[in-house]
Ligand binder design. Sequence first.
Ligand code: BGC
Length: 850
Amino acid sequence: MARRLLSLVLISVPYVAASSSSAAPSTFTSTLSSSAPGSSAPVMSSTSSMTTSSASANMTSTIVSSSGATTSTTTSTSYLATETGPLTLPISSYSFSPFPTPTLAPEPPIFPATDPLYPPPVSSDPTVVPDFAPAWAAAYTKAIAMISNFTIEQKVNVTTGVGWANGLCVGNIPPVGDFPGLCLQDSPLGVRDTDLVTSFPAGITVASTWNRALMRARGVAIGQENKMKGINVALGPMMNMGRIAQGGRNWEGFGADPFLTGEAAYETILGLQAGGVQATAKHYINNEQEWKRTQESSNVDDRTEHEIYAHPFLRSVMAGVSSVMCSYNLINDTYACNNNKTLTDMMKREFGFQGFIQSDWSATMNGLSPVAGLDMTMPGDITFDSGTSYFGQNLTNYVMNGTISETRLDDMATRIIAAWYYMHQDENYPNATVDSFNFYDPINQEVNAQSDHYMIVREIGAAGTVLLKNEGALPLNKPKNIVLVGSDAAPPVSGPNEYSDQGGDPSGILAMGWGSGTNNFTYLISPYEAIQARARVDQSSVFWDFNDWDLSQAGNSVIGMEVAIVFVNSDSGEGYITVDGNAGDRQNLTAWHQGDELILAVAAQNNNTIVVTNSVGPLIIEPWVEHPNVTAIVWANLGGNEAGNAITDILYGAWNPSGKLPYTIAKSPIDYPAQLVTGGTAADILSINYTEGLFIDYRWFDAQNITPRYEFGFGLSYTTFEYSDLAITTINPAADYAQMDLIDNWENGGATPIAEGSSTALWLHMPAYQIPQLYIHHPPSVGEPPSVLKGFTNVEVSPGQSVSVSITMSRYDLSVWDVVRQGWAKPEGTITFSVGASSRDFRLNGTIPA
Ligand code: BGC
């Protein structure tokens, strides 16, 4: 039976200036009704010493003498010139006091003490802010006890990977004393480099569902597969922002809006950790393009950093994430893994992060990075197979000679071991049964981790498919005949894993991008197979032509057919692999294999041409979007190993389309606010200036009055929904609430006073207002984009039924980052909001009560 989901979007509208002194939190409610049977609707709202490890025993490097005289330069060899000169910490003595754990007492029901294995149930209207502090505190006690007898070398070993390819996983921490070590493994969409696992839909696909329950379910299933394979730390989710449409790894993440990305990261982490594996929030931060990713400085202002790029990481901390991975790039001229501001000041102090920060692979640039806040170096060696490490013996020496305090080393080792206790991995956790470096090692087949996860893959694949155009062509109804055109409809010619890390020109359906964010398909269902299975039921006659290059043959193949479906794709990935001239990032935003010409050739001969895309991101579709013979466009994203079945579910109406775009599809590439920065010599550090500030994606189109082809949040359904009866309610905290003074301060225009965990404090994040899909509009004086997403929810609506939906908003959701006061503050003026179906389709408007 068809399932229908309705999405509501709430948007904030510009404030009308007015003073507000005592705004109390509110509740919004509104009603949705559906015109068709069995509908459901999504609703959006806006406002080493390596001496103990044989594998790494030869990882030595030169050292600095206790007098401070440098006897070696290994810690500085990677410093490259920047515009402002190399930013290095001087050799000196660095004392250290760890930040205390934020100690706010749990306050059920809103702020219950939570174990990461048992998160609060998923809710489309979240009213619970889980408090992981007690679980961290218990884990810290155990970790401190464990390391109390460790030598300096042993503690260093806890922080230093064993070196590239010296263990079963892509990253490995050796056993130390009673600590069995750690296996760290990609990827964000499933367990990488092994067999008998599921290939889940990519991050961009689950983001397109706008459905928290599916985000959580995917997280749980990936977490379970990681645990079954004995992975301790999963290297995901990835939550960079899709600042530029060409960004090679955008598909690993959750789109171009911080709120949607933040919610997807939050649910994914709660799910992964409920499944038993430690999650990793990556790549921290501003790793927005592949070109020269280790030699580019992302230059970002403080407000933009807080409100856009750091937000998903803040939500990750609120989800109790175990680990954070710092990125390859520089931020404002300092390398991310050596950046005291982002690692220590923001992540550990402001967000109150209790877990450990690991480097991206060979992103550690300096032996003094621990002083900046780095806790673990991965995979351990300076460059792959170099046999040298910035940690290891160097770190031991720095601690022994007083350059880095032993308290800091203790903090590093404690954080790593605490995260392991926190996740109960000391309690019969399975050993790793993957071999990342030899697929044919029988160990890869020892454990079948797939379970029945194909069902989740298929459901997310369908729910994450966005219907962009439908002139009555869909759903298909027992067509007499149907022709499939384009290689993207087909199984790949040489099997599902044609290329290592999927790094090659796809010869069949594109169901994930390339790079470390992939895994091996255990099997892969193409549209060709799924549609044929359906044709057997319907007794339809099926034809196909998978040759993308012979346009006249394609045109001839569709003449006289009832339905012609053209499949096109566009691929990208991680920069260590170049495919067809695309060095990770996309060179252009057009479909691969002359997809535009293929569509036009088919549409020229058939007046019922349906286009299906499998794309890593936006495409420019102007050449054919308005062609009268293009009767439907199905934006199927990257579906994982059930991709063909999910597409078929949409085409035949087994799933009523409910997906929404997680980015804007422009009419021209130059309409986007930022472009890929290329060029530079081997020694250059590129400057990438985030001059668009807060105005990424739809925020830019709105502010500049640029009409997109399809805006962020857009997506059709086979059903129509009506929105009515908007109400907003303020939720008042109990009068004796412990942080009432902070609330009063905020209501009166004061900013968050900076302290440990100040940006994740309960008073700031507790539900304060309740509404349905919500975009908020700040007062013009505040300088915010015209509309910003601040909430979304999904409801299932039966034919003709009306359903009330509500979305909660917190004080944080209404706040802007005040760079002068360094805190979250309520903007002065009136905040308005809109509820609707996309970032440009507002159905109801209201005002946040002052
Ligand atoms: C990627 C990370 C990945 C790591 C380990 C790096 O190249 O940027 O995302 O987790 O490799 O494979």
